[in-house]
Design a protein around this ligand. Structure first.
Ligand SMILES: Cc1cc2nc3c(=O)[nH]c(=O)nc-3n(C[C@H](O)[C@H](O)[C@H](O)COP(=O)(O)OP(=O)(O)OC[C@H]3O[C@@H](n4cnc5c(N)ncnc54)[C@H](O)[C@@H]3O)c2cc1C
Length: 408
């Protein structure tokens, strides 16, 4: 039986481990945290959203970004402090404008393929992850954004994703709790939501029961190669240094993947794009009655919502280009709370849990699912703003690449 190491226990690592285990591999997962899913797969927007597959590599997004840079509570924040990593990433991002449509289509196709896998994994592992199958509603107060959505819908249709254009009245029929005046919306009935942390943690537990080994509080300091096999070097919580050779290694380390890839001679140019969320704890009936059950995406504010069971509302947004910085800034949390107050004034925001996470973003906005240069080295990483939506597809995809690699 081939023995594989998986580096990282977020959604990409745990789904990869699960699929490899199911295909008969012996799997060991490493993570520097004490528990799985404690970094970006902790408190994200919750959306399983083929309808958010539009890649950001376009001139219109870049122009919007430049405008937002002038406004302190805009959805985008760019720290202009010089950094080779940031500016080289930006150059590569701009060089991908030409692939805007083809990469959007590919992303929709992956998102559609992921849905079935996700539900199958949840069923096999007996996972309860506050899944709500009520669709995702994109909402618009500006005609310009609404017109842009029309063009995006035509691209989505080429990949087989259908969404319905709604007028203001129809938007309220889908989500009657919305209070702010809107001009229309796009409704993707087939999209859904759920709690990424619950899903990943429970899948990790199920994988462990089926024989996957988890080495936690293990900081992987490097991965190198002895000429035949990849060798993982790690440091335990008590600073003990250990290493071990494996038949193969899959790097699924989120924003940590770039450094590990560099050790192995591979360039995986992931930049950490910070985002924020709040989880509104709805302790009173009035708040629970006022909160939306349909998942929303406010395309102008770039804010998403997901109802996580009866008494939690997740609200997420913001793209911050500020390096490997995990600080939760009050001035970035405030616009999320204000958005809830303005759109759903009857929800109490007295009890709100703030969070920040780093999206592992490739400059072409596509996950890096590929073989490395050296024998036995693989990557399933760089899922950016859509890791929850895409991972159950890319885990299968990397397992196929591994199967081919080991049977050549
Ligand atoms: C605010 C926000 C909202 C979002 N909303 C959505 C959404 O609605 N829908 C959606 O599809 N996606 C969303 N995303 C994106 C999604 O959350 C991410 O793409 C996904 O969680 C990334 O998973 P990952 O496994 O690649 O990374 P992570 O979850 O960060 O996992 C990587 C793991 O690797 C470990 N690691 C890294 N380096 C090392 C090392 N050297 N040694 C040991 N361990 C290491 C880390 O400890 C971590 O546990 C959102 C992201 C943010 C920030």
């Amino acid at each position: 039986m081939k023995h594989f190491a998986v580096i990282g226990s977020g959604i990409t690592g745990v789904t990869t481990a699960w699929v490899l285990m199911q295909k008969g591999y012996d799997v060991t997962v490493f993570d520097r945290n004490r528990y799985p899913a404690m970094e970006t797969s902790y408190a994200n927007g919750g959306q399983l959203s083929a309808s958010n597959a539009e890649v950001w590599t376009s001139i219109s997004t870049m122009l919007k970004g430049v405008k937002w840079m002038m406004s302190p509570d805009a959805p985008l924040l760019f720290n202009p402090k010089p950094s080779w990593h940031k500016y080289s990433w930006m150059m590569e991002f701009a060089s991908n404008f030409k692939n805007y449509e083809s990469n959007t289509i590919k992303t929709v196709e992956m998102a559609l393929a992921a849905r079935q896998n996700l539900m199958a994994f949840a069923e096999d592992a007996g996972i309860n992850f506050d899944c709500e199958k009520r669709g995702i509603l994109h909402i618009y107060a500006s005609q310009k954004e609404f017109d842009h959505a029309h063009n995006v819908t035509a691209i989505y249709a080429k990949a087989g994703l259908m969404r319905r254009r709604l007028n203001a009245q129809e938007v309220l029929e889908v989500e009657p709790r919305l209070k702010k005046p809107l001009i229309g919306g796009y409704f993707t009935e087939s999209d859904f939501t759920g709690d990424i942390h619950k899903f990943t943690s429970q899948l990790a537990e199920a994988a462990q029961e089926k024989g996957v080994k988890f080495v936690m509080e293990a900081d992987v300091t490097s991965v190198d190669h002895d000429g035949q096999n990849p060798v993982v070097h790690w440091q335990d919580h008590d600073k003990t240094k250990t290493d071990a050779a494996f038949d193969g290694v899959v790097i699924t380390a989120g924003v940590g993947s770039r450094d590990l890839a560099a050790d192995l001679g591979d360039r995986v140019n992931i930049y950490p794009v910070k985002g924020y969320s709040i989880t509104v704890e709805m302790k009173d009936k009035r708040s629970r009655d006022a909160a939306p059950w349909t998942s929303l995406l406010d395309d102008e504010a770039k804010i998403v919502t997901a109802r996580l069971g009866e008494d939690r509302l997740r609200v997420a947004g913001t793209a911050e280009f500020n390096g490997y910085n995990y600080d939760i800034r009050a001035d970035r949390i405030r616009p999320l709370t204000r958005w809830v107050n303005e759109n759903f004034p009857d929800i109490s925001t007295k009890a709100v849990v703030p969070w920040a996470g780093l999206r592992p973003m490739m400059p072409n906005m596509m996950p890096h699912v590929a073989k490395g240069k050296k024998q036995g080295v693989y990557y399933n990483t760089g899922h950016g703003h859509l890791g929850w939506t895409l991972s159950c597809y890319t885990a299968e995809a990397i397992a196929d690449v591994i199967h081919q690699g080991h049977n050549q």
